[in-house]
Design a protein. Structure first.
Length: 382
């Protein structure tokens, strides 16, 4: 008996280069004549000079996603689609804007174009949207039937984003290896093997080129790292599909979003911290020597490029024990991806890992039954 398997590997068309937006009007015209452009208010203003030539021959309406990809926003945007008689959705911005545009296009059965304004996530590529509450707390994700119809990556536009967004994108992208190697590393399926190995290659590229890329924004290594975080990270999710899953790093991110004071931190910053939490869990529960070495390596890398290593680095050093437990319990709910780890994880165990991400690396199984009396994070270590 055959089983139908569908993979959403890649956008139908990807165009990248410097200044390519000004030359892409004909590509949009093939998809629609009355686009609704979705983005944040500030982002749409910043991107306007880059989009002017491309949109000049089209009948355009612009709409803000407000603060998040959330259900009330989607209701308002669906009304905007109807009011404008839109035949195309264009998402402009970071992960939340692009997730909103992709989900809106799916709900209204329209084609979608993604235009990333930073390299903070691979949302421009993927057939997935994360949905949050109006207050910014993660609620659920939606798998989409196709990747975007067109992805336009203009390096000149991305270069206008703060350096911090690229650092966050590195954190989000490098998580692919640490999660996929756990959830799918023993698979015998060809495409999943390929996805996991590409995740390892992606990690190595980021280790080798990130520091130089951040020193010379707009340079050759910078472009390679932008390609890695926006495009290659998306390839891995597309090839691996639902069986090449996130694990604890993204689960920790989702838990932290339940705490309002975490909302000032970027997605990739919380995911990067979540990788250390995942490795710490592996150390404590299994004594995995590879997890010990990997955490030591990441601590050095994070120090070099400025990724957060502790709750304190995330601005959460003074969070209460109740808030810590709230985040851990959400991350450990029954449907959470944290349960793709090869051992059971309780909120208590996760809390212990969350407050000890920079603890001295020791080989051998450690006890996770005792939670430190304070949730204040340890000092940074090199």
């Amino acid at each position: 008996m055959s089983i139908l398997s569908t993979l959403m590997v890649a956008p139908a068309q990807v165009v990248r280069g410097s200044g390519i937006l000004a030359e892409s009007g004909s590509l949009l015209a093939r998809l629609g004549q009355r686009p609704l452009v979705v983005g944040g208010v500030h982002t749409l203003q910043t991107a306007a000079p880059f989009l002017a030539d491309m949109l000049s021959e089209l009948t355009v309406c612009r709409a803000s996603y407000r603060t998040d990809c959330c259900e009330p926003t989607l209701v308002q945007l669906r009304q905007a689609v109807n009011d404008h008689a839109a035949d195309l959705i264009i998402g402009v911005g970071g992960g939340k804007a692009l997730d909103t545009a992709k989900l809106l296009a799916y709900q209204t059965q329209l084609p979608v174009v993604t235009i990333p304004t930073s390299a903070a996530t691979c949302a421009a590529w993927t057939a997935l949207s994360n949905v949050y509450s109006e207050q910014g707390a993660f609620r659920y994700d939606v798998g989409l039937p196709i990747c975007p119809n067109l992805l336009l990556l203009d390096y000149e536009l991305v270069a206008t984003a703060p350096k911090r967004t690229l650092v966050a994108g590195i954190g989000d992208a490098i998580a692919k290896w640490y999660e996929a190697s756990v959830s799918s590393g023993h698979s015998s399926q060809t495409l999943i093997i390929g996805a996991v190995q590409q995740a390892r290659v992606l990690r190595d590229i980021l280790f080798q080129k990130s520091a130089t890329a951040l020193e010379k924004l707009g340079g050759e290594d910078w472009r390679e790292v932008v390609d890695a975080t926006v495009l290659m990270a998306g390839v891995i999710g597309g090839m691996g599909g639902a069986q090449c899953r996130t694990v604890a790093a993204h689960a920790v991110h989702n838990g932290l979003t339940q705490i309002p004071t975490s909302h000032s931190m970027l997605h990739g910053e919380k995911v990067a911290y979540g990788i250390l939490v995942q490795l710490r869990l592996e150390e404590m529960e299994t004594g995995n020597a590879l997890a010990v070495a990997a955490r030591q390596q990441l601590l050095r890398f994070y120090t070099q490029i400025g990724l957060p290593m502790t709750l304190g680095d995330l601005g959460l050093g003074d969070m209460s024990l109740m808030e810590l437990r709230q985040a851990a319990e959400f991350a450990c709910q029954p449907t959470s991806d944290i349960h793709h780890l090869p051992f059971e994880v309780s909120p208590q165990q996760l809390m212990a890992a969350m407050v000890s991400t920079t603890a001295p690396c020791r080989r051998g199984k450690a006890s996770a039954t005792q939670l430190p009396k304070t949730t204040k994070s340890p000092s940074r270590q090199s």
